[in-house]
Ligand binder design. Structure first.
Ligand code: PLP
Length: 402
């Protein structure tokens, strides 16, 4: 820590930035593809992409060109006027998801907030208001009050209580518990098809089937939070499809702008029919800059083969990661899909993150014991081999400490 305290960047932050983040002792200044560089010129292979955001890698030429061009044309008009890009993003998201309309906002938590409000609005419009939400253990949906109310971790919740009083949590692996919890008072079930912050925990097909059954029996809506798992991360457009789920609402964010903040709530027409002018809004949401970035991302993903690339390199990633898990006895399990993976350890994952940074590979710790891997989707097989060799060395160093 002595080195860090002498650093002007660290000292300024320590003095002026509200201390909500415990940062790693690295100052990143530049990126290129899957590589990041710190202020000392040291190179890191990025297996985290800014928590699943820099999906096109860093300094992506088409994204950089488009954003620079848009900056010189028009950035923001507010949602009081038409502009040519927001409808294009909504159309592309609708085609990709099978849902019908999009409300565009600025972040993941706002997308979740919008989904919760639209679900409430659906029942209000029907004339039978329903207040209750069902959420899962190990869920994470964001930090604003509504999204936090459906987030399970007491560490995030407790200092801010009381939250929404009408949320019930059920085990993420007990279909019967879900069926017992849902009733005709339930407004919506919210669940990530692969829980991210909660430790990369894919829902089982049996659990997914119980969501479908519960919705069919009670009319409850299903909100799929695909902020981390969606938009190509698993090699498919959305992780809900592989589970046979048919959500009424889907939240997206993270990768959508490739680093330019943007999120969206995707809405089935049945829900959209309940929404009236003025029900929801945002000053920035879906402005031209963010939409231009999203159009680049969606073009790369769908038209330029990125999704197929993820499916291909994802298989390589899985094989290599499972081999790593088998090699190091303190790795209990490798869980995930495509390019969304977690190594669950029999101990705290923090030393692995630190050992990785020393060896030039960036991963993160989530759910205490899980090393999370969300590499840029443009990562290649040789990059994967190089990054996982560094992670292998980091795991060996931590293992050697006993
Ligand atoms: C599944 C999920 N939902 C919601 C959020 C919140 O998104 P944001 O941090 O953009 O508000 C996250 C962020 O990690 C997430 O992974």
């Amino acid at each position: 820590m002595t080195v860090a305290v002498e650093n002007a960047v660290v000292a300024r932050e320590a003095r002026y930035v509200l201390q909500t983040y415990k940062r790693n002792p690295v100052t990143l200044v530049r990126g290129q593809g899957v590589r990041l560089y710190d202020d000392q010129g040291k190179e890191y292979l990025d297996l985290l992409s800014g928590i699943g955001v820099a999906a096109l890698g860093h300094a992506h030429p088409a994204l950089a060109r488009a954003v620079a061009d848009q900056m010189q044309t028009l950035i923001h008009t507010s949602n009081l006027f038409y502009q040519p890009l927001q409808g294009q993003v909504a159309e592309r998201l609708a085609r990709l998801s099978g849902l019908h309309r999009a409300f565009i906002c600025n972040s993941g938590t706002e997308a979740v907030e919008a989904c919760l409000k639209f679900a409430r609005r659906y029942w209000f419009t029907k004339g039978e208001p329903r207040a209750e939400f069902i959420a899962l253990e190990h869920s994470f949906h964001g930090r604003t009050f509504g999204a936090l109310s459906v987030t399970s971790d007491p560490h995030y919740r407790e200092p801010f209580e009381p939250l929404l009083p009408t949320v019930k949590f059920v085990s993420n692996s007990d279909p019967q518990a879900l069926l017992a919890a849902v009733s005709n008072k339930t407004c919506a079930i919210i669940a990530e098809p692969i829980q991210g912050e909660g430790g990369i925990r894919p829902l089982s097909p049996a659990f997914a089937a119980s969501i479908t059954e519960a919705c069919a029996k009670t009319g409850a809506l299903y909100i799929a939070d695909e902020i981390q798992s969606g938009l190509g991360r698993t090699g498919e457009a959305f992780a809900f499809s592989a589970l046979g789920l048919k959500p009424h609402l889907v939240s997206v964010g993270k990768a959508l702008g490739g680093g330019v903040p943007i999120g969206a709530a995707l809405v089935h027409q049945d829900v959209a029919d309940a929404i009236k002018f003025g029900d929801h809004g945002t000053t920035y949401g879906g402005n031209l800059l963010a939409c231009r970035a999203a159009l680049v991302y969606l073009t790369e993903l769908v038209d330029n083969g990125l999704m197929a690339h993820v499916a291909r390199v994802g298989r390589h990633f899985e094989r290599a990661l499972k081999a790593l898990a088998a090699k190091h006895a303190f790795v209990k399990e490798a869980r995930g899909a495509g390019l969304m993976w977690g190594l669950d350890l029999n101990r705290d994952a923090a030393p692995v993150v630190a050992a990785g940074l020393e060896r030039g590979v960036i991963v993160n710790r989530t759910s205490e014991t899980v090393v999370r891997l969300l590499p840029p989707l443009v990562i290649t097989e040789p990059d994967i081999d190089e990054a996982l060799a560094r992670l292998d060395a980091a795991l060996a160093a931590v293992g050697a400490q006993g």
